[in-house]
Design a protein around this ligand. Structure first.
Ligand code: TYM
Length: 332
C-alpha cells in the first residue's frame, strides 16, 4: 500500500478551491492507501500572522477536515507542530538544499515582495514541506497545481540526500509524486487569480446557502458572454470548473450544452450550481457544527494522531541520523 501525505495551512477557512483541488481527493484516498493529513501550523508562521488566533484557526481547520469526511480510524489527521521531528528533519535537509533552487521558487518570489526584510523561514518553507513528506517516506502527495514546483524541489532534495548519504545504507528517502485532481486550479470568484483566502475571493465550504448564492451571483464567467444571447465556452469558465466538482455528470453535460448554445444565461447556470453545492455542503456544514460543539473530542483525535505520526517519524529520523553520521544516544 502506498503512503500518502498532504498538508494544508490553518488559514481558518476551508474553501471550495482547496476542497476541489486537494481535500476532496484526500477523502477518497484514505480508502485506498495509508494516509497522513497535516494542518501545517509551522508553515503558517512564515508570514506575518495573528498570534492570538493561530491555535483557534488550527483547530478550525482540523474540524473542517474531519467534517468533510476524513476518518481518524482510516487516516492520521494531525497538527504539524505536535510532531517536532518535522523541524529536525527540516534542519537536516537544509544541508543538502541548493540555495538557488529556493530563491527560484515562484511562491517565495511572490511572498518576498511583500516584505522589507525577508524572513529566512519564508525562503526555507519548501524544505520544511519536503521534510513533511520525506519524514513518512510517503510517495504520493495529493495537491493543487500551485504546489507542483515545491514537489519538484522535494524530489530534488530527496535525490541529493540519497546521493550523499544513502549509498550502501540500504535506506533511501523515496522521491514523492504529486497527485493532481481534475480541479487542479480553481479560480477565485473574480475569475482572475487562484481562489485563496488571502485574496478574499473564496466561497467557504461551510458558508450558508444564502451566502453561497450571494457570492455566486456576481462571480466571473466566460468574459465573451456579454449579453444573455452570446454563446459561451465552458472550458474557460470557472463556474463550469466548480460544476465539475459539485454537479453530477449528466448535469455537467447539460450545463456545457446550454452554455455553448446560449440556451441558459449565466445566472441560470449558477442557480443550478448553487442548488448542487448547497445539497452537497449542507451535511458537511452541519457536521462541522457538531464537531465545534465538542472541542475536547477533536483535541483527543489530534493528540492520538500525533502519537501515531510520531512513531513513524521517529523511525525514519533514526535512520536519517544514522546515515548522516550523527552520534547515537539522543533517543530518550
Ligand atoms: P495550502 O494551505 O495553500 O492549500 C492546501 C491545498 O489546497 C490546494 N489549493 C488549491 N487547489 C486548486 N485551486 C485552488 N484555488 C487552491 N487553493 C489551494 C493546494 O494546492 C494544496 O494542495 N504548502 C502547502 C501546504 C503543505 C503541504 C506539505 C502540501 C505543507 N506541507 C506537504 C503537501 C505536502 C500549502 O500552502 O497549501
Amino acid at each position: 500500500m502506498a503512503r500518502v501525505f498532504s498538508g494544508i495551512q490553518p488559514s481558518g477557512e476551508l474553501h471550495i478551491g482547496n476542497y476541489l483541488g486537494a481535500v476532496q481527493n484526500w477523502v477518497t484516498l484514505q480508502h485506498q492507501h495509508d494516509c497522513l493529513f497535516c494542518v501545517v501550523d509551522l508553515h503558517a508562521i512564515t508570514q506575518p500572522y495573528d498570534v492570538s488566533s493561530l491555535a483557534q484557526r488550527t483547530i478550525e481547520m482540523a474540524i473542517g477536515l474531519l467534517a468533510v469526511g476524513l476518518d481518524p480510524e482510516r487516516a492520521i489527521v494531525f497538527v504539524q507542530s505536535h510532531v517536532p521531528e518535522h523541524s529536525e528533519l527540516n534542519w537536516l535537509l537544509n544541508t543538502v538544499t541548493p540555495l538557488g533552487e529556493l530563491e527560484r521558487q515562484t511562491q517565495f518570489k511572490d511572498k518576498a515582495q511583500r516584505h522589507d526584510s525577508i524572513p529566512a523561514g519564508l525562503l526555507n518553507y519548501p524544505v520544511l514541506q519536503a521534510a513533511d513528506v520525506l519524514l513518512y517516506r510517503a510517495t504520493l502527495v495529493p495537491v493543487g497545481e500551485d504546489q507542483l514546483q515545491h514537489l519538484e524541489l522535494m524530489r530534488e532534495i530527496a535525490r541529493r540526500w540519497n546521493t550523499r548519504f544513502a549509498e550502501g545504507a540500504g535506506f533511501t528517502l523515496p522521491e514523492p509524486q504529486a497527485l493532481l485532481a481534475t480541479a487542479k486550479r480553481v479560480l477565485g470568484l473574480d475569475g482572475r487569480a487562484k481562489m485563496s483566502k488571502s485574496l478574499g475571493n473564496t466561497i467557504g465550504l461551510f458558508d450558508t446557502p444564502e451566502t453561497i448564492w450571494e457570492k455566486l451571483k456576481p462571480a466571473a464567467t466566460d468574459p465573451a458572454r456579454v449579453t444573455r444571447k452570446d454563446p459561451g465556452n465552458p472550458e474557460i469558465c470557472n463556474i463550469f470548473t466548480i460544476h465539475q466538482g459539485f454537479s453530477p455528470p449528466a448535469t455537467q453535460q447539460q450545463v456545457a450544452h446550454n452554455c455553448r448554445t446560449a440556451g441558459w444565461g449565466c445566472l441560470d447556470c449558477k442557480r443550478v450550481l448553487a442548488d448542487n453545492m448547497i445539497a452537497t455542503l449542507t451535511p458537511l456544514r452541519e457536521r462541522a457544527q457538531e464537531l465545534r460543539a465538542e472541542p475536547g473530542r477533536v483535541r483527543e483525535i489530534l493528540r492520538a494522531a500525533a502519537t501515531k505520526a510520531r512513531a513513524l517519524a521517529r523511525a525514519t529520523l533514526a535512520r536519517v541520523r544514522q546515515c548522516m553520521g550523527l552520534l547515537e544516544g539522543a533517543e530518550a
